[in-house]
Structures are given as C-alpha cells and as structure tokens.
Design a protein around this ligand. Structure first.
Ligand code: NAD
Length: 471
C-alpha cells in the first residue's frame, strides 16, 4: 500500500498493486506508486463523462474562476510540490529547476483563466444569422512525459477544463507522485469528476487511447509513442494533439561575438539537463568563429555545479532515469569511437545516481548518431560549417521540426534565415523561451496541433454553426 492515491471522482483511491518510484540522484526508492487497474480507469472515465454533463453547462465565469483558483492553489503548495518533484525527477530545486517549474505551472494556469471562446458572428442581416460557437469535446485523456511533469500537466489540463471538458490524466511512470499530489490539490478547486488522475505503466496509456468514452487525447512524449497513440486512437476517431520529440538545430553565423552568445546557447541546450523537447540539440557554428565559441561555451558549461538537486547550491541534477542515461552515454561513446573530440564533460562519476556533466563534443558531423538522434540529455554536438545553404539543408534534413535558432549580431539577416527553418518556433539569439500567450507546437514528425494561447484552447473544442434563415 502507498500513501499516494489515484484521484477518481474527487476521491483518493488506493490500489494494492504498486511499483517503486526511484530517485535518480541516488537510485533509492522515493515511494510506491499505485497502479490503476482497467476497472479503475473505467471508473475514472465514467466519473469524467458524468461530470462533463454539468461542467460543460457551467457558466464561463465559473470555469475561469476555477482555473484562477487552481493557479493560487499551486502557488500555495509550490514548495511541497517542488520537493517531491526534485525527489522523483532529479531536477534541482533552484535555477531552472523545480521551483521554476512550479512558478511556470501557476503562471500558465492563471493565464489560461483569462482566455475565452467568444461566439463569432459570420453573418447577421435580413437574410440570415449565422453564428459559430466552440463547444467542448467531452472527456479528454492526458498522457504525460517525465521531463516537465507538472508544467506539462497544467498545459494539458487547464485549457481542457477552461473550455468545458473533463479530464483523465496519466503521469509518466517515472514521475507519477508529484502529478498525483497536484491533481489532489487541483481537485479542491473543482467539482468531483472534472479532473481524475490514474497512474500505472505504459499499458494504461494504451488503454486510454483505445477507450470508447474518451473523445480526445493530448499526448506529450516521444515520436514512436506518438505514432502508436495516433494509430490506436483511430478506431474511435479521437481528436488528437501530439507534442512530440525534437532535434532542434541552432545555427551560429559568422558575425557573432562568442562571449555574448555562449551563455544563451548553453542555457538553450541544457535547460532541464537537456531533457526539454525544444532544447538546442545540434549546434552548427561557422568556421570563422568555431574555435573561439567552443572555448567560451566550455567556460560557461564548466561553471555549473552538479549534484543532488535537494542541495540548494546545485544547478544541474542527474539524468532522469536509467533508460535515458544509458541512451545518452551510448551516444557519447559512439561519437567518441567515431572521432568526436570531447571539449568538456564526459567524465561520468562512478557512484550511485544517473549523473553526467554538461558535455560538449566537436569534430562530429551529420550522419553520426549524436547529431541525427535526439539525445535528450546533457550532451551537445558542435558541427563546423562554411556554407549557409548547406547548413540550412542539414538543419531541415531530419523528420523532426519542433524549434530552431539562428545567432547573429544582425537580427534582420538572422530572422530571414530563421524563417527558412522547418520548425514550429524559430528563435533569434535565444533558444527555448515559450509563453502562455504564444502558440507552440511542432511540424513534420514533431507533432500535430498547438498548445497555448487561443489557438491552443481551440484544440479542446469542436465548431458548431447555428444557421438561421430569415427569409
Ligand atoms: P514516452 O513517449 O516514452 O512516454 C510518454 C508517455 O506515454 C508516458 O506517460 C508513457 O507511459 C506513455 N505511453 C507509453 N507507451 C504508450 C502507448 N503505447 N500508448 C499510450 N501511452 C503510452 O516519452 P518520454 O520518454 O516520457 O518523454 C520524452 C520525449 O518526449 C522526448 O522525445 C521529448 O522530446 C518529448 N517531449 C516533447 C514535448 C513537446 O512539447 N513537443 C515536451 C516534452 C517532451
């Protein structure tokens, strides 16, 4: 038995079946997580379906107020949630870590409360009145990853309930505890059944995508799983928003000042230890500034203190789980075996915990695994180039298209090149900033649909036209 419970119909529900959640900083067990049975998933979906009838009919003010109250409740419990998040996810309390994530979660929830879905008048004259309304879809299934579990949880849940849907959410098996607790806290602001939270292994996600009474899936995770979600959702023709993996290119032009751009590049690459969907994952540097920039990047990367995230001094934690750690170390070893040169990092501590210092590698090229595959960890390949057209072709040459960036002291030149990147967000002289009023999503295999802003809210609705003839 665990202290942590599933949240079904406003109540904490336990399960005799559990699995251990591991702290990646020391490989010790944080706590046991309940595993939802198929029956419990059915109970959660049916509670959400019943709650939908009343929640979807509630006034707009009530829904907006609930989102505002959730924002305040997250703020009130931020310290408790941040500690739990650091314990199971590994990210440090400080820097762009757990406290930052909780601040973002509360901020996004608050902003979502201010969004609205006005009725659009398409025609209103002597002949006809044609109104377009946006209606909630029904029960939304939210399937979460382990990198930013609470912030992404808010991104999924808040627009869903703001627009009148009800939700069954499922955290990643690597980081379920903080999400279960956050769902419990959110439930204090909502009628029973509006938000349910079930935990379990991957098969639980699959059951959700097959469930006939879930009408939409919002999924954030890897491309291969996203394809499985799309395939198994097809039998019931669910609406889908898929936020998937990226392998973002950053292109440094010949006119940069290396000392000026180095901190932003390191931040863009190693936000959340590189475990960020839209982190900078391939850095293309013009040959004229390559060596000097490598030197500056090394200085910045070496200055970041690494260790257990509960220690207030640390700004880099471990890689979140063993599977991901093995993958990142594998890419590093492969690059080294193929002639890659280690500028800094690489020296992996021989002690418990999945630690790897910020690692920069040069003398690598497209075609090597470290460049072509999403590393999703503290490992950045730096590729020297001479021709901008050639590098644009390489930047656009993969199946992914989430973000990208161009770095230059000439912002017009950089913006022009940025507009040629095949990606959802192209940044100039920065990489990664997102905001609740700016739509975010991937193109190509990085996803379908967008999150945030009104465009994100629309994804949780279907259009109904009411067409009245007056003749
Ligand atoms: P993952 O795909 O392994 O798992 C994501 C979720 O899917 C988990 O909750 C998992 O239990 C569930 N799942 C697994 N198999 C399933 C199935 N068959 N059907 C339904 N659900 C299933 O991803 P991850 O390792 O947790 O996250 C890392 C990946 O997510 C990276 O590729 C990263 O780039 C991507 N990501 C993307 C964004 C974005 O907004 N684009 C944000 C964060 C992470």
């Amino acid at each position: 038995m665990s202290d942590y419970g599933l949240i079904i119909n406003g109540k904490k529900v336990f399960s005799n079946n559990t699995f251990s959640v591991i702290n990646p900083a020391n490989e010790r067990v944080v706590a046991e997580c309940p595993i939802a049975s198929k029956e419990q998933l059915n109970e959660a979906v049916s509670a959400a379906a019943i709650a939908f009838k009343t929640w979807s009919a509630e006034s707009d003010n009530i829904k907006a107020e609930a989102c505002g109250n959730i924002s305040a409740a997250i703020t009130e419990h931020a310290e408790e949630l941040a500690h739990l998040l650091t314990l199971e996810q590994g990210k440090p309390l400080n820097g762009a870590g757990s406290r930052f994530e909780l601040g973002g979660a509360a901020g996004w929830a608050g902003y979502t409360s201010t969004l609205s879905l006005p009725v659009k008048t398409i025609q209103d004259d002597d002949n006809a009145r044609i109104l377009q309304t946006r209606k909630p879809i029904g029960v939304v299934g939210s399937i979460l990853p382990w990198n930013w579990p609470l912030m992404i949880g808010v991104w999924h849940v808040l627009p869903a309930i703001r627009s009148g849907n009800t939700v069954v959410m499922k955290p990643s098996p690597y980081t379920p505890l903080s999400t279960l607790r956050m769902a419990e806290i959110m439930n204090e602001c909502l009628p029973p059944g509006v938000l349910n939270c079930v935990a379990g292994e991957d098969e639980l996600g699959q059951w959700m995508t097959e469930h006939p009474d879930i009408q939409k899936i919002i999924f954030t995770g890897s491309i291969p799983t996203g394809k499985r979600v799309m395939s198994s959702s097809s039998a019931t023709l669910k609406r889908l928003t898929l936020e998937l993996g990226g392998n973002d290119a950053g292109i440094v032009l010949d006119d940069v000042d290396p000392a000026t751009v180095a901190p932003g590049i390191i931040e863009g690459a190693f936000l959340n230890n590189g475990q960020t969907c839209a982190a900078l994952k391939r850095l293309y540097v013009h040959e004229s500034v390559h060596d000097e920039l490598c030197e500056k990047l090394t200085e910045v990367a070496n200055a970041v203190p690494m260790g257990d995230g509960l220690n207030e001094d640390n700004l880099q934690g471990p890689i979140q789980n063993k599977m991901q750690y093995d993958k990142v170390v594998g890419l590093y070893e492969d690059a080294k075996a193929n002639g890659g040169k280690v500028l800094c990092g690489g020296n992996i501590p021989d002690e418990p915990g999945y630690f790897m210092p910020y690692t920069l590698m040069t003398n690598v090229t497209d075609g090597m695994r470290i460049v072509d595959e999403e590393q999703f960890g503290p490992l950045l390949p730096i590729i020297k180039y001479s021709d901008i057209n050639d590098v644009l072709e390489k930047a656009n040459g993969l199946e992914t298209g989430l973000g990208g960036s161009v770095w230059s002291s000439d912002i017009e030149r950089a913006s022009d090149i940025a507009s040629k990147l095949e990606c959802g967000t192209a940044w100039v002289n920065q990489h990664g900033p997102i905001a609740p009023n700016v739509p975010f999503g991937g193109v190509k295999c990085s996803g379908i649909g967008v999150e945030f802003a009104e465009e994100g809210l629309h994804e949780y609705t279907t259009i109904q036209v009411v067409n009245v003839t007056k003749v």
